[in-house]
Design a protein around this ligand. Structure first.
Ligand SMILES: *Cc1c(COP(=O)(O)O)cnc(C)c1O
Length: 837
């Protein structure tokens, strides 16, 4: 008997094969005649999920029993990628699972390949949230991620004749076997209507009478800490039409109106907005933000009030809520509303609790990314919240006047309300005022927040500003993505680095070990072969693994300067065409580009087209294409990053200094032994500090110099005209060499450079970039051993960039949360559980 009820817990290959077979037969009813790969994949996930459920439940129970303070990470984006390999690695059953499938004659990798990426994010911000969840669980911190269960994630990118085309990402098409639907966890969310004021016992009571209701239902995904002890939850909300609301219309016979309303309600969680670092004032977006904030706050409050002796004063000791950018910043007035209108607290007490509970992370210095909602729009969707925001602002400005007497310009800057027409609500100002912590995501960025973006707030609240340099999880980005390198590292320094990345420093001495460098070289070559096979299958691109891989993968944005990269390629190309010695000495190189452009961002889409046209000319030119190849890899996403980054030699991190808040792609490349070709921007500054300047290729104007350059009237043509090589490359482009049969298509790009003043200073940095790039290719060609040494030193110097370090800083300095160890369960008796529940 005891053995039977434990079958789901068994971790041997045989137990897993048995469970898989049962899932295939009984859950999916697959038989010899109709079993397809999709069914096998679903059965595989369900068999693995069976090994998660018990410990997941135990994690919740332990955290509850110990009344542990919990972290709530509110994010409109979670760019998770695939879960399968990551989960079995973290559970510690990778070998058993692979053996189980092998024993049945299945290839594990083929099943794993069926999983669609969970692409519920645009880029770095969403991926950061995913890395943080991994670190939180591994560090045994009690945490929930809260977000939206979009039916459609980030669009799939196709390239047609060089142009980006967007296709819907129907990632839930075949269901999502990792998630658990929680039909009993549903919260109503209200919109519109009006606020009534009632006088009761000499006190004004505000009663929001909304016009519209939408329900949010919870879907939970397990987040498995490495070692499988703590299993936390990513809780995503899905919008549903409330039955009660449509009833009236159904009864009054207006059936189609009722159905239309139902569809309207469910629109809210339909699709992720595909803009990265570009704010768009869409009403549906504001509704998404409030929808997930309202559900999450209600869920947090419900959990708090489960304790019959709850006392609101203790709320900040039991919950730390972090706002990932301003996207969830409506949390500030929502928590105030709940505390005052629903719980009956006084303003001052509610405000004290709100500020103590909330923290805010700023992610960008780009003015066009700052969220502002028009007062009329916000007021019509959330009338009570608008009132509360005005009251917050009123009280804050009284304080601000004391700091800035007779300085109305400064008062106007810190006000939550921008006095434009229409008036706008500045969500960053609301976030700084309504939280106890505002952090930037790299040292330089956090400095610029204080000195350049929010100097007045820094005067009022100096203690609130702090830095938390971003990080990435070494479990996904090294252990999982680069198994051969991970194995080699473990062979020489042990496996402690997997959960304590400071130990990666022990690799440093191996940079001087010739045999280790040779092994590293072979592993890099093997990763290139893996990447080449992936690219061939994924998008039909044929790359040569014997070449140097130079890679720029990230969202396409003018500030990230993919255009400067392709201009450097053109410099190399045109010099090759004219200079035989250069042509013959240049180490065969493959330039790889990847990234999505926001569908409405004309110049970004044109940059993609330009890269593709340059690639077509170069790749078909027999005089250069033996040593120069250029590709744009369609549909860059987490799964592609996992294949391409381990194969990279040169990591392109070339944003205009002062504009990339941190970057995390730069860190993924570093821990995989690529050398950074980069500007002193974001976390590149810290990468250089850690690795040493001699192990990086840093070039270009610094942030100060860019500012000075612009203040002194930057003119790109001056820089072009004084450099004959650059002049020639520009002339080649303007002559239409790369668009012979498509006249003038690049005009908007050329105008942005030469008519509108090259806002991102490409031509101020291009000479330094090309020189540094030549230095890099020379070294690669002439002394690969020295190159490998630098690569190994980079890996050994990357400990700072683990998201474990980042999360420990957040936990100790902002959240004040401690770890809550969960005992790893040895038994898993469903019958016992059933009796106890
Ligand atoms: C890491 C990552 C990013 C962020 O890259 P940056 O170079 O920091 O902009 C974007 N997209 C994906 C898929 C990633 O994995």
């Amino acid at each position: 008997m005891a053995n039977e009820i434990r079958t789901k817990y068994g971790h041997t290959a045989k137990d897993i094969a048995q469970d898989f077979a049962e899932q295939l037969k009984y859950t999916l009813d697959a038989d010899t005649y109709h079993v397809d790969d999709q069914a096998k994949y679903q059965a595989a996930v369900l068999a693995i999920r069976d090994r998660i459920i018990h410990q997941w439940d135990l994690s919740r129970k332990t955290q509850r029993a110990k009344s542990a303070k919990r972290v709530y990470y509110l994010s409109l984006e979670f760019l998770m990628g695939r879960a399968m390999t990551n989960n079995i690695i973290n559970l510690g059953i990778e070998k058993q699972v692979k053996d189980a499938f092998a024993s049945l004659g299945y290839q594990f990798e083929e099943l794993a390949d069926i999983e669609p990426d969970a692409g519920l994010g645009n880029g770095g911000l969403g991926r950061l949230a995913a890395c943080f969840l991994d670190s939180l669980a591994t560090l045994e911190l009690p945490a929930y991620g809260y977000g939206i269960r979009y039916n459609y994630g980030i669009f799939k990118q196709q390239i047609r004749n060089g142009w980006q085309a967007e296709l819907p990402d129907n990632w839930l098409e075949n269901g999502n076997p990792w998630e658990v639907k929680r039909p009993s966890i549903v919260y109503p969310v209200y919109f519109g209507g009006e606020v009534k004021v009632i006088r009761e016992n000499g006190k004004d009571i505000y009663k929001w009478v909304p016009a519209e209701q939408v329900n949010g239902m919870a879907y939970d995904t397990p987040i498995i800490g490495y070692g499988g002890k703590t299993i936390n939850t990513l809780r995503l909300w899905s919008a549903m039409s409330p039955a009660e609301f449509s009833f009236q219309e159904f009864n009054s016979g207006d059936y189609t109106e009722a159905v239309r309303n139902k569809i309207n309600a469910e629109n809210i969680s339909q699709v992720l907005y595909p803009n990265d670092t570009l704010y768009m004032g869409k009403e549906l977006r504001l509704k998404q933000q409030y929808f997930f904030v309202a559900c999450s706050v209600a869920d947090i409050v419900r959990r708090f009030k489960r304790n019959p002796n709850y006392n609101w004063k203790n709320f900040p000791n039991e919950a730390a809520i972090q706002l990932n950018d301003t996207h969830p910043s409506i949390t500030v007035p929502e928590l105030m509303r709940v505390l005052i209108d629903l719980e009956g607290l006084e303003w001052d007490e509610a405000w004290d609790i709100t500020v103590k509970t909330l923290g805010y992370t700023n992610h960008t210095l780009m003015p066009e990314a700052l969220e502002k909602w028009s007062v009329p729009m916000l007021g019509s969707i959330l009338p009570r919240h608008l009132q509360i925001i005005y009251e917050i602002n009123h009280r804050f400005l009284q304080k601000a006047v004391a700091f800035f007497p007779f300085q109305n310009d400064k008062i106007a800057k810190v006000s939550i309300i921008e006095e434009s027409n229409p008036k706008m609500i500045r969500m960053a100002n609301l976030s700084i005022i309504g939280t106890h912590s505002t952090n930037g995501v790299a040292a330089l960025h956090s400095e610029l927040l204080k000195t350049s973006m929010f100097p007045e707030f820094n005067q009022i609240y100096p203690e609130r500003f702090n830095n938390k340099t971003n990080g990435i999880t070494q479990r996904r980005w090294l252990l999982d993505a680069n198994p051969l390198l991970a194995k080699k590292i473990t062979e020489v320094i042990g496996d402690g680095w997997i959960t304590d990345f400071s130990q990666i420093a022990n690799l440093k001495s191996y940079a001087d070990d010739a045999a280790f460098r040779e092994d590293f070289n072979k592993i890099k070559r093997s990763a290139k072969e893996t990447a080449a096979a992936f690219l061939k299958k994924d998008c039909g691109i044929i790359v040569d693994p014997s070449t140097l891989f130079d890679v720029q993968v990230k969202r396409i944005h003018e500030y990230k300067r993919q255009l400067m990269n392709i201009f450097n390629v053109i410099l190399i190309y045109s010099r090759m065409k004219e200079d035989k010695a250069y042509r013959e000495s240049f180490p065969p190189t493959t330039f790889l580009f990847g990234g999505k452009a926001a569908p409405g961002y004309v110049n970004a889409k044109l940059i993609i087209k330009f890269i593709n046209n340059v690639a077509a000319v170069i790749n078909s030119d027999p005089q250069v294409n033996k040593s120069l190849q250029v590709f744009f890899m369609p549909n860059y996403r987490v799964t592609m990053a996992e294949k391409v980054i381990p194969a990279t030699n040169i990591s392109e991190q070339i944003s205009t200094a002062g504009l990339e808040a941190s970057g995390t792609g730069n860190m993924k490349f570093m821990i995989n032994g690529a050398l950074t070709m980069g500007t002193l921007d974001g976390a590149n500054v810290e990468i250089q500090e850690e690795a040493g300047a001699e192990n990086c290729f840093i070039f270009g104007h610094t942030e100060d110099e860019i500012t000075a350059l612009k203040n002194n009237g930057y003119n790109p043509m001056d820089w072009v005209n004084k450099d004959a090589e650059i002049k020639k490359a520009v002339d080649l482009v303007t002559s239409g060499h790369f668009n012979v049969s498509e006249p003038n298509i690049f005009e908007p790009l050329l105008r942005s450079l030469f008519e509108y003043g090259d806002k991102y200073c490409i031509f101020a940095d291009l000479r330094m970039y090309n020189d540094m790039h030549n230095k890099a290719t020379d070294l690669y060609k002439n002394n690969i051993d020295e190159w490998n040494k630098k690569a190994i030193i980079n890996i050994a110097s990357s400990s700072k960039f683990s998201s474990d370090r980042t999360i420990l800083e957040y936990a100790n300095e902002i959240w004040k949360v401690k770890k809550c160890p969960v005992k790893k369960s040895k038994t898993d008796s469903a019958l016992e559980d059933a009796k106890n529940n």
